[in-house]
Write a protein that binds this ligand. Structure first.
Ligand SMILES: *Cc1c(COP(=O)(O)O)cnc(C)c1O
Length: 385
């Protein structure tokens, strides 16, 4: 599979850099639109926090997706990339006043509100502008996803959302406010979820809640089930596109949409993870006492996921056909957690070889930092090579 990278052209680019396979991204987006398009009222938003590289956003915008933002800066990035404000949803537990104002001024589709305190501020700011803000309530469904503890969000113990039990009170409160309009319910149970049973559990919770609201004659315009579909980090070549067919089918089968309701999705990782690789160069091969280290010029500042939550990324030496040897692949940052992989089998490495960290298109470039005064990595589309 080395053929998927134009290695011979990499010498004109400074490493480390992100390489995005535009063709795979387009295929992934086609698949999403095709599978979601099979069902009436399904709308897919892209969770821009996964990757906000303007060139990547351009391709996603062309495919016709909406956007899910979690900050005012993301709203600006989405609008700059060409997404219409009416396709933007905005979530987050700590929305600042200027961010709320921005959402109101731009006329975004909906604020996903996470507390009564926030609802009051949105009502006040909208009132001062003489507008009515559309709001959905983010409900904490208390559904545990079978994923890493740091990336579950839908448990009672997590900071996100309004508890199921408080729901009716919040709705009654909203009715008394003249500058917010209740339009929907929002959920998001976590990330890197591969077990469709978790999404089914969410559907069941939502069905129960809808029954309850119906008894109170409360009308819900749309349901937003968030994102969370995972990717196969171990087999980026064999499974380059996540199983969107099963994902959308799960919701179509198990979620009972009411008359006229639309169903919104906010997919991040599943859209962009597999199209991206972090390309780095081997600086040194260091013979340790018990093992060999491949020291590369990318670090946790460029891709923090392994250091942050022991995330796995497939690592390949894309310059070498030598027999396999075993390395700890580490970066140059002054932190012991600056390790991309331990006991990784790679074609024998030498100084100057290009190493690819695969499936790095989501939560990679966007999470980069300048620690050690390093510059941020650049990102390029395969089209540019
Ligand atoms: C992060 C996030 C998403 C996207 O999650 P993925 O796992 O990348 O699909 C969707 N909705 C909300 C509210 C989020 O915070």
């Amino acid at each position: 599979m080395k053929g998927i990278f134009p290695v011979e052209k990499f010498c004109s680019y400074t490493t480390p850099f992100y390489y995005y396979n535009s063709e795979l991204l387009r295929q992934t987006l086609n698949e999403i639109q095709q599978e979601a398009g099979k069902y009436e009222g399904f709308c897919v938003h892209y969770a821009i926090k996964a990757n906000a590289n303007p060139k990547v956003l351009g391709i996603i915008c062309q495919a016709g997706l909406g956007v899910d933002c979690v900050s005012g800066w993301e709203i600006n990035a989405a609008i700059n990339a060409g997404f219409p404000a009416r396709k933007i949803v905005y979530a987050g537990v700590g929305k600042n006043d200027w961010e709320i104002q921005l959402g109101i001024d731009k006329g975004i589709f909906c604020f996903n509100v996470e507390s009564v305190a926030e609802l009051e501020v949105i009502n006040e700011i909208a009132g001062k502008s003489g507008k009515v803000a559309r709001v959905a309530f983010r409900i904490n469904p208390d559904v545990g996803a079978h994923t890493h503890a740091n990336i579950t969000t839908g448990l009672a113990e997590n900071k996100f959302g309004i508890a199921m039990g408080d729901m009716e009170n919040v709705l009654i409160k909203a009715e008394t406010m003249s500058n917010v309009e209740f339009v929907g319910l929002h959920f998001h149970i976590g990330s890197q979820i591969l077990d469709m049973g978790d999404f089914r559990a969410l559907c069941n919770r939502i069905n129960d809640l809808q029954d309850r609201l119906e008894r109170h004659r409360i009308k819900v315009g749309h349901i937003n089930v968030g994102g969370g579909l995972g990717v196969d980090y171990h087999h980026p070549n064999r499974v380059p596109i996540p199983d969107f067919a099963s994902y959308f089918k799960t919701y179509a089968r198990h979620l009972k949409l009411r008359n006229g309701q639309t169903l919104h999705f906010e997919l991040g990782r599943a859209v962009v993870a597999q199209c991206g690789s972090l390309i780095t160069k081997c600086l040194y091969v260091k013979e340790g006492t018990a093992k060999k280290f491949a020291i590369v010029d990318a670090g946790m500042t460029d891709l923090i996921r392994p250091a942050l939550y022991q995330a796995y990324h497939k690592i390949e030496n894309i310059s070498s056909d030598e027999p396999m040897e075993t390395y700890d692949v580490v970066g140059p940052i002054c932190e012991s957690s600056d390790v991309f992989g331990k006991a990784v089998d790679l074609n024998a490495c030498k100084r100057g070889d290009y190493i690819a960290l695969r499936s790095a298109g989501a939560y990679g470039e966007i999470m980069a930092s300048c620690y050690n005064c390093r510059p941020l990595p650049k990102g390029y589309l395969s089209d540019e090579f």
